[in-house]
Structure formats: C-alpha cells, structure tokens
Design a binder for this molecule. Structure first.
Ligand code: NFS
Ligand code: SF4
Length: 635
C-alpha cells in the first residue's frame, strides 16, 4: 500500500514532473530511509560521548544501561532537552538579531530600517515598564532594545527575564517561580542545558526535564521579543486579502521566493524589488517582479504586506520544480539542503544570506543590516539575470491557489472586537465563550512532516473543531496549510463553522467592515508569533481573574517535526495549555519521561502533552478537554 504523500493539490501536479525529470524530493528520501531506526524513534539512542553510541534495548533482553551507566530515562530526558535547547537557540538568535537591529535604528546606524509602528513601540515600552514621557522615538527604541538585550545578559538568577515577566499572568509567574523554571537569561539557560547533559552530569530525569522546561520558557521569551520588536520595526499585521499555493508564481514575472524565518532580510528585499521592477520589465518580464513566500519568512511578509504564500515546509522543493522561480533567497531555519541541487536542475539562483547558514552549491550574498539595501539589490539583480536564462518549455506552474484573509495580530483582533464594544473590546469574546457560542479556542502551530500526508491532519482537525464551534488561530506551516486549503476564507466559515460560531464570526466580521464573517482560521503569523496567541489568552485570563490553565484553550501541532516545535510545545505545556502532538515524540522509550510530560505536568503546571496520531480522534480529545475546562469554570 502506498501512503498518500500530500493532500496539497499542487503536489499531485508536480510530483510526476519531478519524477520524470529525475529529481528526488523529500518524499523520495523519506521512502529510501525506511525502515527508520527504532532506537532513535524511542529516543533511547545516545551519542553524547565517544564511548558510544549506546542504545537501550526496549524489550528488556539486551543492555539496560549505556556504557557510562546512563539508563533509558536519563538518555531520553537528555536527548529531548537538547532538542529544546536547539529550538530555543534558533528562536532567540532570531530575536537577538531583531533587538540589535532596533538598537541600530535607535542609534541611527541602519538607514534601511525605521520604526514603522510607533504606537507598537510605545506599547512595548509601557509593557516593559519603561517611562516614555517626554522621550523621542529613538530614545524609546534605545531603552526598549536595552531592556530586551538584558534578557541575554542578566546574571542574577533570581531576576526573571524582562519579557516573560511582562507577558504572563501573575499566577502563572508565581507557579513557574515556585518550580524554579523561570529563565533569567536566555543564553545562560541554553548553555546550562548543554552543560548539564554532558557525559557524567545530570542523570535525574525529573531534574533534566525541569531544566528543559526552563529552556522552553527561554524560547518563549525569545519569541515574544522577536514578534513584538519586529512589529515595531516593520508594522503590526492588519487583515489583508492575499493568496496561497504555488499558483501564486507568475509565468511572466521575475519570481523571487523568500524562504526561512527572519524578516530583517525579506522586508528589504520586498522594498528593493519595488524599486527594481522596471529593470525586470526591461529584461522581458512583463509582470515585473513577483515576490512569493515560503515557510515562516513567507508568513512574516504575508501577514504584514499581503505577499502571497507559495509553499509551506514540505512543498519548498516543489516551488523549484515549477521551473519558474528565478531566485530562492533563504535566511535561516527549515531550508532543506536539497534546494541548491534542485535549483541547479533549473536556472534558479538559490541564494544564502546568513554567514552561519550556507548550503553547498548555493550562491552566498552576505547580508549585513548596515548594508541591507546593497545586499538586497544584488539579490534582486541576480534574480533578474537568472530570469533571462529561464527555459519556458520547462515551466509548470500548477493552476492552484486559494484566497486567504490573513494578518490577525493582537491589535487587529482587538480592533475588530472594538467595533462591537469600543469601551471593552474583550467583552464580546468573553461573553460568547461564556454563553457557549464559542466552545473554546484552539491554536494550531507547527510544521509539516513526512510522517503525515502533508496538511491532512491540520485540515481534518480544523473541520471537526469548527463544526463544534471552536475558534481557531494558526501560525507557521499550520497557517500555511490552512491558507493553501482555502480555510482562511469567509466561504470556509459559512461552510464549516457550527451555527453559533458562524453567528459570532459574522457579527465580528460584519461590524469590522469585512462584509461578512471572519475567516474560519485566523492567521496570526510565523512560528515566533505564537506569542501573539498567548497575549490574547493572557488578556482574557486577566479579565476573568483566572490563570491560563483554566481557560478552554488548547494547542495542537498535528504535523510537528522541528526541534523548535519541541521547544514551543513544551512552553505551551508550561503555560498551562493542553498541547496535542500528531506525530510521535521521540521520548516513548522512557516510561518515566513519558509520564512526566503527559501526566505529572498536569499536576505541576496544568498543561500537558496529549499524543494522538489520528486527527479525528485528536479533535475529539481536544473537544473533551475544552468541555472539561468549561466545567471547571462553571460555564
Ligand atoms: Ni515553525 Fe517556521 Fe514550518 Fe515548522 Fe519550520 S517553517 S518556525 S519549524 S517547518 S512551522
Ligand atoms: Fe553511551 Fe553514556 Fe556515552 Fe551516552 S554518555 S554514548 S550512554 S557512554
């Protein structure tokens, strides 16, 4: 039996073309990798020192300890918290980059950037307790950057990071403080995880997992600051109508795909592309320059500027197989190393831009914020040159795209609600949750994985939750799935939402001037923008005088794969949110660690992991959790 690889209709068109051209994709490599190592799947393989590799026999017949004496519990716990550290490093490095850019803008060193959202900057300053009275914008930006960079520098273990302290409910902070898991310094916490997991260090699975939770909360801190400072620099998202899937690539344009995560580069590429449009037309592209997004860089420019999204994680290679992408510009994270080889099968220039993220076979254009405009011009010029080499006979753009209404940041959600109740914008939301018109809220996040037919679990779960009147938010490649499958439209709300949810979405959408309901799933942005959903939840919890673990709020990463998803899922649990995983986490070789994450966490934190690979059953289980939470609140 062959498993369906993807439910994305553009894959059905392009996979046969890839095959005919002899191009291997992620799905071919997945097949070649079968059967995958059972020890690795269980998390019981250790390669932390060169006496190893060691692996624990899950059936109890062979070795139960590694050569140093570490058992399955220790090995599994060490492995999973190293994943959390890596995820936190990725997000917080992204955040540091943005914070340093804000500092550069404040000091007038970065001519390519400015504060586009002054109101957001002021709001952030107020949140961090920075006095802005009588201060000009550069002074406020400098103070915000300084307070942010303290989260990477503070050496006082008892003083939690500024951002996390400014973001969570008081009760949650107290609970996390009591467990000693509030991070004081993002870098230090990541370093401590690496240090404590060296051969011959921390062997206590409970202690290790608590260290991992602290690392995950450092990840959360990094995400909050990355999101909020990006909004100050580039503008907060507002609802915008755009499109998603590979049909957004245009046959008569110079197509530039921006791929990766960090908006610092893609923002400038978008701007410069506008200035160089005429050059593209002169080169014969009668539609000028067309920027399309992939993965979270795609989500960033999509929610801020309505740039169409071409692909989420698993279809990044297929974007190249269209033969019509002239340049794929990548920054950091989730970029398959295969893209340079596939680009070389066509005329496509694959351009890496970050000194610490290069790919053999790709062209490297070093990107520095100080010279951002020059780098962006070089990149766009390279794309125009490549366009001249494009072979029109090899162009196959699937005629597949869906409308997507995106751009629901906290401000725009509150803004839409304010059209119903200007004095108290959250009131209509709370009222509708209390009266049951909205049963609960689900945040969909995370990746695609070859372990699941692409996008299928997202779509199946969303349809079921919608029918049961659950309000849905999405970020990252989950948001990409929904956009590509037409679930970010008003039509989807009319078709799939239960009656009472439909009523609420229509009331809010109509009063907010959308001429109809809100889209079925609200696109909040990239993966770092999961912090936006937390902000909404905290505002609701504060208003009700409860903590996050009492709200009818659940999270789901039905197709998770990245270490970043491990970090996000873990902080979601630490914040008190029941968190579904639809792919098997590599921890089940330790009964102890499994129990910690799925049971003990519930008592300690209120949140816990819920693993269910069947998307239908997963939706049922989340609905049960929501009802349980409602009962707890007496609604
Ligand atoms: Ni999140 Fe975004 Fe996508 Fe997964 Fe990768 S792009 S940061 S890690 S695969 S959702
Ligand atoms: Fe084996 Fe221990 Fe070395 Fe891991 S740390 S590889 S279990 S000897």
């Amino acid at each position: 039996m062959t498993m369906k690889l993807s439910t994305d209709p553009s894959a059905a068109t392009l996979l046969p073309i890839a095959k005919k051209e002899g191009i291997a994709t992620v799905w071919d490599r997945h097949r070649a990798m079968q059967p995958q190592c059972g020890f690795g799947q269980l998390g019981v393989c250790c390669r932390i020192c060169w006496k190893g590799p060691c692996r624990i026999d899950p059936f109890g017949d062979g070795p139960q300890r590694g050569i140093c004496g570490a058992d399955a519990d220790t090995i599994v716990a060490r492995n999973v918290i190293r994943m959390i550290a890596a995820g936190a490093a990725g997000h917080s490095e992204h955040g540091r980059h943005v914070a340093l850019a804000l500092q550069g803008v404040a000091e007038g060193r970065l001519p390519a950037y400015q504060i586009r959202d002054e109101a957001k900057l002021r709001a952030v300053a107020a949140k961090l307790g920075i006095c802005t009275e009588g201060q000009d914008v550069p002074a406020i930006a400098a103070a915000v950057a300084k307070a942010t960079l303290e989260d990477f520098q503070n050496q006082d273990h008892d003083a939690p990071c500024n951002w996390i302290e400014a973001t969570l409910t008081k009760k949650r902070l107290e609970r996390l403080q009591a467990l000693h898991v509030l991070p004081h310094n993002i870098d230090a916490v990541i370093t401590q995880i690496m240090g404590r997991t060296l051969v011959g260090c921390d062997a206590d699975p409970v202690n290790l997992i608590l260290g991992g939770i602290k690392g995950a909360l450092a990840d959360f801190d990094g995400m909050c600051l990355a999101t909020e400072l990006s909004d100050a620099l580039f503008g907060s998202p507002t609802p915008v109508v755009t499109a998603a899937n590979l049909g957004v690539i245009k046959p008569d344009a110079v197509n530039i795909a921006v791929h990766g995560h960090n908006p610092l580069l893609s923002e400038v590429v978008c701007e410069v592309a506008g200035q160089m449009d005429e050059e593209a037309r002169k080169a014969g592209a009668k539609d000028g320059i067309n920027i399309v997004g992939i993965c979270c860089t795609g989500n960033e420019v999509m929610v801020r500027h309505g740039i169409p999204l071409a692909a989420n994680y698993l279809s990044q290679e297929l974007a190249l197989v269209t033969g019509a992408v002239d340049a794929m510009v990548v920054d950091v994270q989730c970029i398959m190393p295969s893209v340079s080889e596939i680009g070389a099968c066509f005329h496509t220039a694959v351009i890496t831009t970050m000194a610490e993220n290069k790919i053999p076979g790709a062209t490297h254009v070093d990107f520095k914020e100080e010279a951002a405009l020059e780098s962006a011009r070089r990149i766009v010029a390279t794309a125009i040159e490549a366009y001249k080499r494009r072979d029109p006979r090899r162009v196959n753009i699937p005629d597949v795209k869906q409308t997507a209404i995106v751009g629901f940041g906290v401000e725009s959600v509150v803004g839409a609600l304010a059209t119903l109740n200007a004095a108290d914008p959250l009131q209509p939301l709370i009222e509708n949750i209390a009266n049951g018109n909205i049963r609960g809220i689900a945040l969909f996040a995370g990746c695609n994985s070859t372990q699941v037919a692409q996008d299928s679990s997202f779509v199946t779960m969303a349809k079921k939750l919608a029918a049961n009147n659950v309000l849905m938010l999405a970020t990252g490649c989950g948001a990409g799935s929904f956009a590509k499958h037409g679930l970010m439209t008003q039509e989807a709300t009319l078709e799939y939402a239960g009656e009472s949810l439909k009523g609420v979405m229509t009331a809010i959408g109509t009063s907010a001037g959308l001429n109809g309901p809100l889209p079925l799933v609200l696109h909040m942005g990239s993966c770092v923008d999961n912090s936006r959903a937390v902000q909404v939840a905290v505002a609701v919890a504060d208003k009700l005088g409860v903590d996050l673990d009492q709200l009818p709020l659940v999270a789901s990463a039905p197709e998770a794969m990245s270490e970043k998803a491990v970090a996000i899922g873990t902080w979601s649990v630490a914040l008190g949110i029941p968190t579904h995983l639809g792919t098997m986490p590599q921890v089940t070789g330790s009964a102890k660690v499994t129990e910690l994450l799925t049971q003990t966490a519930k008592d300690l934190l209120g949140g816990y992991f819920l693993v269910e690979l069947d998307p239908n059953l997963a939706a049922d289980k989340l609905l049960e959790v929501i009802e349980e939470r409602r009962k707890g609140l007496g609604i």
